[in-house]
Design a protein around this ligand. Sequence first.
Ligand code: ADP
Length: 505
Amino acid sequence: MKMNSQKLLINGIPIVQLIHSLPGNYLLLLPDEQYTMLAASDSYFKAVGKERYNISGMSFIDLFPPSAALENLKASLRMVVENKTPHEMDTQQYDLVDAEAGTRDERYWRPVNIPVLNDDDEVALIIHCAIDVTAEKKLRKSEQESQEHFIARLKIEEGEERLRVAAEAAELGFWDHNLRTGELVWDKRCKELFGLGERDSITFEKYLEHVYPADKELLEKRISWALNPASGGYFDIEFRTANGQERWIRSVAKAFFDEENQPVRFIGSVLDVTNKKQEEIRKNEFIAMASHELKTPLTSAKAYVQMLAATAKKKGDNFFNQSLQKVDKQLNKMTKMINDFLDLSRIESGKFELQLETFELNSLVCEVIEEISPIVRYHRITCEGQQDVFVTADRQKINEVLLNFLNNAMKYSPGQEEVKVFISSEEGFVTVRVVDQGIGIPAEERSKIFQKFYRSEKAFKSGFSGFGIGLYLSAEIIYRHQGRIGVTSEEGKGSTFYFSLPVSS
Ligand code: ADP
């Protein structure tokens, strides 16, 4: 339908002129496909921030960029033409965009479309009126936001209050180290535990000064491991403070990393565990004393057994010789258990020291395999991999870790003869893997087997002997070398235990 807008008259007044002067945002449209514009009120131009220009003959819907709001508008206009009744739309967002200035003004409108019918009862024109409700909408939005903000704040405060009460009841202290700025924040309890006043300032260097000298090295090693992304950021340590009285602190923390894997924040708690620790030390002293007392008769029994075995061999008494060899093997097992208990008590009382030397790891692995070969009956241990890799470590203690891995590999793979050892190095670390084809370890138990006294349910039920301290000791030894330890496993198919040590330059 085409129409000359200038000729539309009401009582002799051109309708266009009438629209111009209406005190609202009015547009006069044709009900064609483009909703061609015929006229617009002065207020409309003002509302959209434009000087009056000749809009006559232009498409109304071309004024809007494609959007859900445009589709709503088209649907409303279609409805008005079809139903021949006015339609009031919900509030729509049509922003005013100034492409030249590169600005966008967030605006909300409530449009009404009204059909004008001719004598034949057809829609001849559409009056479009858009009420600007931006101010109202923004006010409601900010009210809602401030209400949401208020509720969120209440929730945080409630949570903080609950946490504060719980922390106070548990006598927990908190610290927060911003690794980017170096700023370290301690709460009141944290300062109290290290003998500082509430107003005393704290820095990382000052913190280390308040750590018992013998525990400082281990603490620093654990911190640098926690700040290495390979650790997962976890940190859990017990150490003593250096403020006159002996006070044991347990600190549990978590480091956070950015996208480049750089540590950015280190947040944790401290708890006074002196009483528990003193009790543990007393218990450990007892174990250490008992282990020591047991070692003396054992050493003497071992000497007699070896002497008797040699005599039996000389006399050609095979039965006696073999029986005594078996007794000797059992005595060795007992000695190993006692040594483990002694190591455990040393670790717990902070008396575990490393005797560092530089040696070739490959030769140690060969030595350990050779050392245990007399007692290996059902298994075949092979070793493959890199030679000439040197580490600076406590040879005796790394020997213990290897022995523990190999003994476990054999113990937990009855009926399977293959145990393989692989040595490889990359990125400054040398890794030793001990692979067995044994019973494997269920996924949920893999992280627990390195804990003190932990034994898997299967190992326990199937009657495998042990105390659950071998892997705990191995982990402590490896951590003290700033190394890594772990396991991969498939239940029923086997396990791979590994440890890595920094390569000596
Ligand atoms: P122990 O062998 O004396 O129980 P460990 O600390 O050496 O103590 O090992 C802890 C637990 O880890 C064992 O009880 C066992 O459940 C599991 N485990 C260790 N090595 C293996 C292995 N090679 N295969 C399967 N399970 C293992």
